[in-house]
Design a binder for this molecule. Structure first.
Ligand code: F6P
Length: 323
């Protein structure tokens, strides 16, 4: 395949720019033509498609967000929307796509192939780390580091005032941001959707900590694991301690990408281009990811079916170390 398009879709994630840069520059090196598709599938439907050169991706490796912009596109979920997208690819002479996004974007790419035969390679770009076929998604490492820096700041002030803090983090239905940031940040309590915990047990732990002389507690709450206000109210009532709640929100999505995300973006981008380049029959329909530090490729279907990573080991370590 010689002519490819690249788009970013769904929630932005740090490292997307580094990945777009890798896709563009590596494809040009292989004498391919690369088109940037703006605002994800919205731009594919609306024909917002422009050729990209080496210089188009200069000075972006260190920037969060995505120069291609991104969107969550409802119209693309309809056959009519997909038909327009496939038509525009013909008009612009784009033979295949690199789709950088999360599970919703992957489902879209799969549907586009199943219904209109459009080949693509998906790159997991989401801070949530909620795609189980890959050890890491692009943006996760940076987001966890952002949360860690917030936990460090909160701990200073919470310790000074002998207060507890619920730090609510993103992740949708996945607890990885909370688990990794909680373990790395020494949080006393980590609440994730994968592990149901009784609130009474949390209260008991806080009481035990008080007996040990520990008056300040950091509670990292994954957004999918419960309602921060309700948890705060219950713990305050049951233990008599004072709690503050900090919702980190979209701060977690921005910021300069970490080394790990830039390297991952480069490796995944190169692999995606290789798969499209080698695809003479225009039939590729795969995602790329990283498993045990090796770049791997999977069918969309298999990738989307993969069940949760679990991280039982990390959860156990956290509960021992963060007592
Ligand atoms: O998928 C990335 C993510 O940031 C989730 O962690 C979060 O639940 C969601 O997107 C927020 O979406 P929006 O930016 O549309 O509010």
């Amino acid at each position: 395949m010689k002519n490819i398009g690249v788009l970013t879709s769904g929630g932005d994630a740090p490292g997307m720019n580094a990945c777009v840069r890798a896709v563009v520059r590596y494809a040009l090196e292989k004498d391919m033509r690369v088109y940037g598709i703006y605002r994800g599938y919205e731009g594919l439907i609306g024909g917002d498609i422009k050729p990209l050169e080496r210089g188009s991706v200069s000075d972006i490796i260190q920037r969060g967000g995505t120069i291609l912009k991104t969107a969550r596109c409802k119209e693309f979920e309809t056959l009519a929307g997909m038909k327009k997208a496939a038509y525009n690819m013909k008009v612009f002479g784009v033979d295949g796509l690199v789709v950088i996004g999360g599970d919703g974007s992957f489902k879209g790419a799969k549907e586009l192939f199943d219904n209109f035969g459009v080949p693509s390679v998906g790159i997991p770009g989401t801070i949530d780390n909620d795609l189980a076929y890959t050890d890491y998604t692009l943006g996760f490492d940076t987001a966890v580091n952002t949360v860690l820096s917030a936990i460090n700041n909160l701990r200073d002030t919470m310790t000074s005032h002998d207060l507890a803090n619920i730090v609510e983090v993103m992740g949708r239905h996945c607890g990885d941001i909370a688990l990794f940031a909680g373990l790395a940040g020494g949080a006393e309590i980590i609440l994730i959707p994968e592990k149901k915990v009784d609130l009474e047990d949390i209260c008991e732990k806080i009481r035990e900590n008080r007996v040990k002389g520990k008056l300040s507690n950091i509670i990292v709450l994954a957004e999918g694991a419960g309602n921060a206000e309700e948890i705060q109210k219950t713990i305050e009532q049951e233990t008599g301690i004072q709690i503050r709640t900090t919702r980190l929100g979209h701060i977690q999505r921005g910021g300069t990408p970490s080394m790990a995300d830039r390297i991952l973006g480069a490796r995944l981008g190169v692999k995606a281009v290789d798969l499209l380049y080698e695809d003479h029959e225009k039939k590729v329909n795969k995602v790329v990811g990283i498993k045990n530090n090796k770049i791997v490729a999977e069918d969309y279907e298999t990738a989307l079916k993969a069940t949760s990573k679990g991280h039982e080991d990390l959860y156990t370590i956290a509960s021992i170390l963060c007592k």
